[in-house]
Write a protein that binds this ligand. Structure first.
Ligand SMILES: Nc1ncnc2c1ncn2[C@@H]1O[C@H](COP(=O)(O)OP(=O)(O)OP(=O)(O)O)[C@@H](O)[C@H]1O
Ligand SMILES: [Mg+2]
Length: 239
C-alpha cells in the first residue's frame, strides 16, 4: 500500500505528502487529510520563496535594523510601506542617491527580501557593471532576446551602483533598452552616487541620458542618503 500511496502522491506532485504522510499523527480522517493538505501547501510556499531568493541573487546583508535618520524621503511616503515593497504593486521606481557606505545597497536588498517574502515578487539584483557585461556578451553571442525575456518576467529589477563605472556605447544602449522595457511595466531600484546632471558621463550621450532619466523619474521616488559611511563608522568602532 505504501508504494501505491507514494506513487499516487508522485503523480499528483504532492512531494511533501509523499515523503512525510506517515509522520502525521491524527486519528480523525478529516483532520488527517486537512493536516496533509496544509503541510503540502506550506512546504510548496517555502520552496517557492527559496527559489525566488536564489534567483534574486541578493548580496549578503547584516542583521541590524535599517536606520532612517540620515535619509531624506519625499513627503507623504511611508517608510514601512516602502520597506515592505508596496511600490512594486504600483510599478513605481526608487532612486537611492547618496555617498558611499550610506546604506543604498542595504536598503535595496532589504526591500527585495521583504517583497519576496511578503508578495512572492520576482526580483533580480544586478550591479550595473555585471548586467551590462552580461548584456554585451549576450548581444555578441545572439542570446540577448533570452536575457530580455528573463528580465521581462521580473517584478523588480535592482540596478546597483550606477555611475561607478563608465559604459561604452554598446553597453549604454543595451542598458537603455532594459530600462525602456521596464518602464511602466515593472519596478526598478537604482542606487547611485551621481546626481542626474552627471549621468551624462555614464551614458556618454546627452540624448540617451535624457531618455533614461525621463523614463526613470516618471513614477519614481528619490531617496537622498545624506549620512556618513556606515563602513567607516563600523571600522572606527572596531578599533
Ligand atoms: N541605514 C542603515 N542602517 C543600518 N545599517 C546600515 C545602514 N546603511 C548602511 N548600513 C551598514 O553599512 C553597510 C554598507 O552599506 P551599503 O553597502 O548599503 O552602502 P552603499 O550606500 O551601498 O555604499 P556604496 O555606494 O559604496 O555601494 C551595510 O552592509 C550595513 O551593514
Ligand atoms: Mg552599494
Amino acid at each position: 500500500m505504501r508504494k501505491e500511496i507514494e506513487e499516487y502522491a508522485k503523480r499528483l506532485k504532492l512531494s511533501w505528502i509523499r515523503e512525510n504522510y506517515q509522520e502525521v499523527e491524527e486519528k480523525d480522517p478529516q483532520k488527517y487529510l486537512l493536516s496533509l493538505f496544509e503541510k503540502e501547501v506550506q512546504n510548496r510556499e517555502e520552496r517557492k520563496i527559496n527559489l525566488l531568493l536564489i534567483q534574486a541573487q541578493l548580496p549578503k546583508t547584516g542583521e541590524q535594523p535599517f536606520q532612517w535618520q540620515h535619509i531624506q524621503i519625499p513627503q507623504g511616503i511611508d517608510r514601512e510601506a516602502v520597506l515592505k515593497g508596496n511600490f512594486i504593486q504600483e510599478r513605481e521606481n526608487l532612486i537611492l542617491y547618496g555617498g558611499v557606505g550610506t546604506g543604498k545597497t542595504y536598503l535595496a536588498t532589504l526591500i527585495s527580501l521583504n517583497a519576496i517574502h511578503t508578495y512572492g515578487s520576482k526580483v533580480r539584483f544586478y550591479t550595473v557593471a555585471a548586467l551590462v557585461n552580461k548584456l554585451i556578451d549576450a548581444n555578441q553571442n545572439g542570446t540577448l532576446t533570452k536575457i530580455m525575456k528573463q528580465i521581462e518576467k521580473l517584478d523588480l529589477l535592482v540596478l546597483d551602483e550606477l555611475g561607478y563605472i563608465p559604459l561604452n556605447k554598446e553597453g549604454a544602449e543595451l542598458l537603455f533598452q532594459v530600462i525602456s522595457m521596464c518602464y511602466e511595466n515593472k519596478s526598478i531600484i537604482i542606487t547611485t552616487s551621481l546626481q542626474f546632471g552627471q549621468w551624462n558621463h555614464v551614458f556618454g550621450d546627452p540624448i540617451l541620458t535624457e531618455a533614461v532619466i525621463d523614463r526613470l523619474i516618471h513614477h519614481s521616488h528619490l531617496f537622498l542618503f545624506t549620512g556618513d559611511s556606515f563602513r567607516y563608522k563600523e571600522s572606527l568602532q572596531n578599533r
